[in-house]
Ligand binder design. Structure first.
Ligand code: SF4
Ligand code: SF4
Length: 380
């Protein structure tokens, strides 16, 4: 990773924190910091992505502004984090999309909706588009199967590839090796930390969501959004299995598995994203990196739209509004897949990688089991 003003500021903050150590029990950042005397840009990239932006260390810090030391750990780590998103993005020429990200995400959403609507209107007879369509295959009468598969498959495969390459770039830059993934215990610890959002727990009291008071609100809203997203993904996977393996095309009855997974997932995402937007609006701006807020809001609104248009489509699928709603919903989903690798969404990949690196540091390979040790042993 490049040396920048943000990495210089973060290094200075870490050096002060390393001398102070008051926040050692707050989160994973401080134990990771305490294992180092010097901070390379790779170390700072790792530590910045380990931070869950709970703001606890800002309100606890005796050196926070207006103290002349001006220590604001959540803010400097957020700036470095944003730079890591650009640094590891693939393909590299698209890394610039992280700049003015709020505008980019909004434009991509509008373009996704407009393109899908225009394609639908061009390909489908108006008498079909505006008439109620019911029974198996109703969705394909509005948007042809081949178009749905081409757009969904193309955009989702691109997103998975770009995120996987970003993960590899992060792992290499922070000193990781490929053979470390084989270790079960650190992997299990990291998965536990990821799925419980342990670092937003603040040691049990929660984080400083809005101000110096402690609460679990952000963690709960994030859980609602995250698990809602996973349920929606499970719904799509199940529907694909029903359609392509079992030969039962959508739409499915309300009490069927794909619809139930999608409904509860959609509700979770709507509640979670709306709650997170509200927390951002009412929270104290002092520890926040204000230049990054536009990207945060844009992604939350896009996720909210993805879930809300899906629920609206479910509610009105037997009416003449289904055709237009289906095109709008799919437009939002395609836009979401396209912008995922160039939006705040990448934090899920880098934060998970940082948690895995932290678990590996806490559970080091026993002496004699390292690949280098085994090579020496066989040579002897
Ligand atoms: S954030 Fe402030 S109080 Fe906490 S370790 Fe750093 S310097 Fe000390
Ligand atoms: S903001 Fe929270 S998660 Fe980030 S370093 Fe401070 S205490 Fe840790």
């Amino acid at each position: 990773m490049r040396e920048t003003e943000a990495t210089t500021d973060a290094r200075r903050a870490m050096e002060v924190c390393n001398a102070c150590r008051y926040c050692e029990g707050f989160c994973a950042v401080f134990p990771a910091m305490a294992m180092r005397r010097e901070f390379s840009t790779g170390d700072l990239s790792y530590i910045a992505n380990l931070c869950h932006n709970c703001k606890g260390c800002y309100y606890a810090c005796q050196y926070a502004p207006p103290h002349p030391f001006n220590i604001n750990v959540p803010q400097v780590l957020a700036q470095v984090r944003a730079e890591t998103y650009e640094e590891y993005a693939w393909p590299a020429p698209l890394a610039g999309l992280f700049k003015r990200n709020g505008t980019i995400v909004s434009l991509a959403t509008a373009a996704g909706i407009a393109l899908t609507l225009l394609l639908t209107m061009a390909l489908v007879d108006p008498s079909v588009l505006y008439q109620p369509q019911i029974g198996p295959g109703a969705f394909y009468r509005v948007i042809p199967w081949w178009l749905m598969v081409a757009l969904a498959g193309g955009t989702s495969l691109f997103a998975v590839l770009a995120l996987a390459i970003g993960f590899r770039n992060f792992w290499r830059d922070t000193g990781g090796r490929a053979d470390e993934f084989r270790r079960a215990k650190p992997l299990a610890v990291a998965l536990h930390d990821i799925f419980t959002l342990k670092n937003l727990g603040g040691g049990g009291g929660g984080c400083n969501d809005k101000d110096e008071g402690f609460s679990q609100l952000r963690r709960r809203f994030h859980h609602a959004m995250f698990y809602g997203f996973l349920l929606c993904f499970a719904s799509t996977t199940t529907a694909t299995f029903y359609d392509h393996i079992m030969g039962h095309p959508a739409p499915y009855p309300f009490w069927s598995l794909p619809v139930q997974l999608g409904t509860w997932g959609g509700v979770g995402m709507v509640v979670g994203t709306a709650g997170l937007i509200w927390v951002k609006i009412v929270s104290d701006p002092a520890p926040a990196a204000r230049n990054l807020l536009g990207a945060d809001y844009a992604l939350l609104v896009l996720l909210f739209l993805a879930a809300a248009t899906g629920l609206l489509l479910l509610a009105l699928r037997d009416t003449g509004a289904m055709g237009v709603l289906l095109a709008v919903h799919l437009g939002v989903i395609f836009a979401l897949f396209l912008v995922i690798p160039y939006s705040k969404m990448v934090h899920a990949v880098y934060r998970s990688a940082a948690l895995l690196r932290h678990a590996l540091e806490r559970h080091p390979t026993p002496p004699g089991n390292k690949p280098s040790d085994r090579a020496l042993g066989s040579a002897a």
